[in-house]
Design a protein around this ligand. Structure first.
Ligand SMILES: NC(=O)c1ccc[n+]([C@@H]2O[C@H](COP(=O)([O-])OP(=O)(O)OC[C@H]3O[C@@H](n4cnc5c(N)ncnc54)[C@H](OP(=O)(O)O)[C@@H]3O)[C@@H](O)[C@H]2O)c1
Length: 281
């Protein structure tokens, strides 16, 4: 049976439960930071009677940026955050996540909803063509995949296991059109995003009760596109600001999708309305 035919029993429910925990990687800047800010605003607006609580787990390498964000969330919205600092390709950081999940899963009363947003990613060297790889680059290739694929698999496994007792779970993967479309110089990036989407299909197949979404944000003006704009095979496109969305534009769309909550479980939705991969064929 195709995974899409299996209904997810969470599809009609609100994004925020009575007591929600939301984990987000790559929260220090760019799209991830704006997701946190906009989710916090939405939560505050929808919680006028203070009947709900939201706990955030913010992760990235830039601890100062995460602490500043956590402090703003506390003062502006009364939202508490935990910070998990470090590089996602570091086993010790993944162990910190496991300890954090364990602590959060033992709280009383328990969370009734837990969400993880796999947003962190790296671009790689956008100048490196496929013939530019050789035996000397195995470590670089492994390192890229460790950060952008392996860590997602390990972190998500820990999330599902440690929060096994919590019925309402949602997993969101920030993907890219490059998961299904080639662009000169970004083969590793495409491979990473395609592998993450394949992993998400397996997740939906094996865990039909988990609410799952791939969101593809479109080309967005963040630090990630700076090397593409400055020196790449796609410089003309990425150096033209008219081609790039702001983080607020894409995150407003993303939050709108979560508010509506009518997407097919496991769907890939992008800023420009690509509802499913099949729709592109
Ligand atoms: N911008 C675009 O045009 C575009 C298009 C399609 C898809 N996307 C996707 O959108 C997501 C966000 O990208 P963005 O444009 O916002 O990029 P960004 O501004 O470069 O932000 C990337 C985030 O990931 C974190 N990160 C990077 N390396 C990390 C590591 N080794 N360990 C832990 N965290 C790490 C960064 O934090 P630290 O540096 O503090 O660690 C940062 O918070 C990514 O999945 C990207 O592939 C972006």
């Amino acid at each position: 049976m195709a995974s899409q035919e299996i209904p997810c029993n969470d599809s009609k429910q609100e994004f925020f439960g009575k007591k929600t925990c939301c984990v987000i990687t790559g929260a220090s800047k760019g799209i991830g930071r704006t997701i946190v800010v906009e989710l916090a605003k939405w939560f505050s607006e929808s919680n006028s009677d203070d009947s709900k609580s939201l706990t955030l787990v913010l992760s990235a390498r830039d601890e100062a940026a995460l602490n500043e964000l956590a402090s703003n969330l506390r003062s502006e919205h009364g939202i508490e955050s935990l910070v998990v600092k470090g590089s996602l390709d570091d086993t010790g950081v993944l162990e910190s996540f496991e300890q954090t999940f364990e602590k959060l899963s033992s709280l009383v009363p328990p969370f009734d909803k837990v969400v993880i947003i796999h947003n962190a990613a790296s671009l790689g060297d956008p100048k490196q063509l496929v013939e530019g790889f050789s035996s000397h680059d195995l470590e670089q290739i492994d390192g890229y995949l460790r950060l952008n694929v392996s860590s997602v698999i390990a972190l998500n496994g820990a999330f599902l296991t440690k929060f096994a007792a919590i019925e309402q779970k949602a997993v969101i993967n920030i993907t890219s059109l490059l998961a299904i479309q080639a662009m000169k110089g970004t083969s590793l990036y495409s491979i990473g995003k395609a592998a993450r989407e394949a992993y998400i299909r397996a997740l939906v197949c094996e865990n039909p009760k988990v609410r799952v979404l791939n969101y593809s944000p479109g080309p967005v003006q963040t630090d990630m596109v700076v090397p593409l704009a400055n020196d790449s095979h796609n410089q003309a496109f990425f150096s033209n600001k008219a081609n790039l969305l702001t983080t607020l534009q894409t995150v407003t769309k993303f939050v709108g999708i979560l508010k509506e909550n009518t997407f097919e479980n496991g769907a890939t939705v992008d800023y420009f309305g690509r509802l499913k991969i099949e729709d592109n064929n």
